[in-house]
Design a protein around this ligand. Sequence first.
Ligand code: PMP
Length: 300
Amino acid sequence: MPATSVLDLIGNTPLVELKHMPASGSARVLLKMEAANPSGSLKDRIVKHIIEEAEAAGTLRPHHIITDASSGNTGIAIGMVAALKRYRSRIFMPETKSIERRKIMRAWGTELVLTSGEDQNSHIWAVQEAARDSDTYFYLDQNGNPGNWKAHYEGIGGELVEQTGGRIDCFVAGAGTGGVLMGVARRFADENVQCRVVAVEPDNPHSHIEGLLHFDGSFVPSIWEPALIDEQVRVSDEVAFETARRLAREEGLFCGVSTGATTAIALEEARRLGVGATVVAVAGDRGERYLSTPLVTERT
Ligand code: PMP
């Protein structure tokens, strides 16, 4: 049946096995390819879920400007859905994020407010201030809206149970808002999938692993419940960038930097678990979104 709307193309993303990078004697490593969503990342799922829920509840009205704080991918997803549904959108983003993100948002007609790069949370404080004007704004609030994790409970969580028959020994995802981790962990618990859930975060607050949050206590998303996570692991920028480069060269998968981070940890977990086990990592977006960063250089 042909898709009738861009929104119908969201979800049902492929699961791809890494053929070359896992060391011999390792578990198999599968990547959930979220770049297959129409705006190019896992955030299409939450934006569709939250906007449609708000339309049904009557809290999102035609005159509203849809807004949120985003390190890029949520803003891009909001831009796509807002364009399709004829809403205005305005995104608060730190000035340090890659230029590709700004340009893609401009393509959808999204307005951008750039905030200081000194504080990793500057865009969050700025949108919270602006969103007090609830006549003007519909605040999507990815860090506090339970629709975020619920979209992944239904989406990534439900799809993974189906795609693997519920046989997953370890699940690895980056922690930005924590939506993916909270949703998938709850789905696995409800479906009795016996799986270790590992959260990946950058090892410093000025990291260039875009989309992930370094938990330094200055801001914790209110949807984040540490009890649902078995382990929280830190990754350096160097390891994340290098693993992302290897994914392109060795596996033919040109992914974003956060995928380098989740894959690096997934490979370690696979080595520990050994043959017969299955590790799944989330590949949140594609490498083209980082062409202006050190991900690809003339010398790479
Ligand atoms: N990877 C990428 C590329 C992202 O943009 C994000 C979210 N900002 C994440 C991972 C983390 O997902 P979540 O917000 O659900 O924790």
